[in-house]
Design a protein around this ligand. Structure first.
Ligand SMILES: Cc1ncc(COP(=O)(O)O)c(C=O)c1O
Length: 398
């Protein structure tokens, strides 16, 4: 069975993790800082803060940006639930604007049409690896005092073109904060893991504090709270203060050693993903009932870090339901997945915010037609051929 996504773990990865297991630090040691430094360099950002998953990174992004009760946070409905849930964690109202039907990312026109005065943040989502239209989103949101958080969980290592040059996700002037996921199906894995990236020194420092219970330790850059409790006046080497209500969102050194090792061959993995996408696109080009993924800018073909290969299928024209098509693929040894059910239609969102079918028609139409096919760097050319044949064989004229 060829799954729709799978991690690639090499002997070097295993050696890197094993070395940490033999070292003094399993967590809060040197591998965390080393991974953060290399990741920040890779994307071209001032700061990278590593956390235990990207859901935590999204939560911290909203917290450091000061988003809370009374605020609205708008995201795309075609995403994993975490992109929206983070808004609810901080007491804000999660809301949704429709997608652009070509790129399947947040539509700047829909964002503008539904804009409300209480919108304080936009969480754009780089679906499947393709960047949202960050320049247009940022121009609109910033002019209205909202921050832009780019959920680049699908796009580790990717970049997009604007003004004739490439810009890295996490290292561009339009996203105020960017989050990445290192879950095993993503383009780089640490098992579970995430990264929050920003150029702002104050936000990065606060994210580091919040990552570890809101505690600040007695180090060189320690600024004690100034409320002057006499019992706490002596500040020796043991001293620490809990200055904020934080979380335990720490990542381990084992995970960061794996991340560092994976980062070293990220470009090779992304090249192989692009090769497979190009092979699929060519093989499926003539099928009238299937639409291959389209890029907003053709130049992005060379720089997109494809996490998913998602096609749109006209199941009526195919003569099969999606359930039947997925079963036929499974019988041919090919896994597939539906990503995603529009988040505004999840029961919790309908129940708590009154969202209903019809709110985001393009996202809902996308949902009826979407199917993600296997894509991971360890796929051989024979695996790719097997998927192509299985997909072509879905159509059998009666
Ligand atoms: C778009 C998107 N955002 C956020 C997340 C949450 O990432 P994590 O599983 O690392 O918490 C995911 C994970 O699948 C995702 O796909």
């Amino acid at each position: 069975m060829i799954p729709y996504g799978r991690q690639t773990i090499t002997a070097d990865d295993i050696a890197a993790v094993t070395a940490v297991l033999r070292s003094d630090f399993l967590t809060q040691g040197p591998a965390v800082e080393a991974f953060e430094r290399k990741f920040a360099e890779r994307v071209g950002a001032r700061h990278a803060v590593a956390v235990n998953n990207a859901t935590a990174a999204l939560h911290l992004a909203l917290r450091v940006a000061g988003v809370g009760p009374g605020d609205r946070v708008v995201t795309s409905p075609i995403t994993f639930v975490a992109s929206a849930n983070a808004a609810a964690y901080v007491g804000a109202t999660p809301d949704f604007a429709d997608i652009d039907p070509v790129s399947h990312t947040l539509s700047p026109a829909a964002l503008a049409a539904g804009w409300r005065a209480d919108t304080r943040a936009v969480v754009s989502v780089d679906y499947a690896g393709q960047a949202a239209d960050l320049p247009a989103i940022a121009a609109y949101a910033r002019a209205r005092g909202a921050v832009v958080i780019d959920d680049a969980c699908h796009a580790v290592g990717g970049s997009f073109h604007s003004g004739g040059r490439p810009w890295s996700l996490g290292g561009n002037p339009w996203a105020d904060l960017t989050t990445f996921s290192f879950h095993p199906v993503k383009t780089l894995t640490t098992g579970e893991g995430g990264m929050l990236v920003t150029d702002r020194d104050d936000w990065a420092a606060l994210a580091r504090t919040l990552r570890s219970h809101g505690i600040v330790r007695n180090t060189n850059n320690f600024t004690p709270a100034s409320d002057g409790c006499p019992l706490l006046a002596e500040r020796g080497p043991w001293f620490y203060e809990m200055q904020e209500l934080g979380h335990n969102y720490r990542i381990t050194d084992m995970q960061c050693a794996l991340g560092l090792s994976q980062l070293g061959r990220l470009d090779a993995c992304l090249r192989r993903r692009r090769e497979i996408v190009a092979a699929y696109n060519a093989a499926f080009a003539g099928l009238p009932w299937l639409q291959t993924p389209a890029l907003r800018d053709p130049a992005d073909a060379a720089t997109t870090s494809w996490h998913l290969y998602t096609v749109q299928i006209d199941f009526a024209a195919l003569g099969k339901t999606r359930t039947e098509a997925m079963a036929a693929l499974r019988d041919a040894g090919v896994g597939s997945q539906v990503l995603y059910i529009p988040v505004h239609l999840q029961p919790w969102y309908r129940r708590n915010y009154g969202y209903a079918q019809g709110k985001c028609p393009a996202a809902e139409a996308f949902y009826t037609r979407t199917l993600s096919l296997p894509l991971f760097p360890a796929m051989t050319d024979a695996d790719v051929d097997r998927v192509v044949v299985a997909v072509r064989n879905l159509f059998s004229p009666s």
